[in-house]
Ligand binder design. Structure first.
Ligand SMILES: [Zn+2]
Length: 282
């Protein structure tokens, strides 16, 4: 059961297989269009769609969020992971606020690793606590398990990643990086692989922002706590089981934003096709 859940949440297992790619404009337009529609659907599912004005607000804010997510992923592709995550959280805040019927800037969410804090702003239209601590269930579980499997936490350009000891690549050369939800594991220092997996981590943030029923409130103490449940991401993973790797939208987007490095990280920097500015890791 746990293995199946992990499989569904694994949006990426990077290896030698590259997917097809599309143009930058295509990715930008897709992020804007899909997020607009998904925000509208999420708002409808949450019973907050009552007027044509609600429809216009959801579509407009969703489009803005999608544009933000596009730039967040593009920043991650250039190795600017901390900035990419900041923009990703801002974009997530816009979409989830509007999907809840809240003011577009009624709350802001930011986090590190499996923990997020969602803060009320003066623009909030709802009776809500000043702050809620949110725990991402998938990230908390995987981050607890990875050290047992030989991965150690590390910082990569402002983002938390887990680095392996190289044992897994001895048995499976294709297994050089993975993203389980927003947890990134690395068995290589290749800059293109690190950037690729960070794009997947932001995709997880993206899907969560437009997933209705993403939060389960817990009554555990004086500070409000909620658990984030990535059922939308798991559903996406389930759909991907019937789609060939090279056609999965998560892979098409990641490989389009981060060109694969044909040199496998061993040729001179000026021969590499990875975008300029990509961090070389350790
Ligand atoms: Zn991938």
């Amino acid at each position: 059961m746990l293995a199946r859940l992990v499989l569904l949440l694994t949006v990426a297992l990077s290896g030698c297989t590259a997917s097809r790619t599309v143009s930058d404009g295509h990715i930008q337009a897709s992020n804007i269009g899909v997020t607009a529609v998904a925000t509208l659907a999420s708002r409808a599912a949450q019973g907050k769609l009552h007027s044509s004005e609600d429809v216009a607000t959801a579509l407009g804010a969703g489009a803005l969020s999608g544009l933000g997510f596009y730039h967040s992923k593009a920043l991650a592709a250039r190795g600017r992971f901390g900035t990419a995550l900041a923009l990703g959280y801002a974009s997530a805040s816009i979409a989830e606020n509007v999907a809840e019927g809240e003011h577009i800037l009624g709350a802001v969410r930011y986090g590190f690793g499996p923990l997020d804090v969602r803060l009320r702003t003066p623009l909030s239209r709802r009776d809500r606590p000043p702050a809620v601590l949110e725990i991402n269930a998938a990230s908390a579980t995987t981050m607890a398990a990875l050290p047992i499997l030989g991965y150690r936490p590390d910082l990569e350009a402002g983002a938390l990643v887990f680095r392996g000891d190289g044992r897994s690549t001895e048995t499976d050369p294709d297994r050089i990086g993975f993203a389980i939800g927003r947890t990134v594991g690395l068995d290589t220092d290749r800059a293109d692989v690190v950037a690729h997996e960070m794009v997947h981590a932001i995709q997880s943030l993206h899907v969560g922002a437009v997933t209705p029923g993403y939060r389960v409130a817990l009554e555990v103490g004086p500070v409000p706590v909620a658990v984030q449940v990535d059922w939308g991401l798991a559903a996406t993973g389930a759909l991907h089981l019937v789609v060939p790797y090279e056609n999965r939208w998560t892979e098409v987007e990641a490989f389009s934003l981060v060109p694969e490095d044909p040199c496998m990280g061993v040729c001179p920097v000026d021969m590499r096709t990875a975008p300029a500015g990509v961090s070389r890791g350790r």
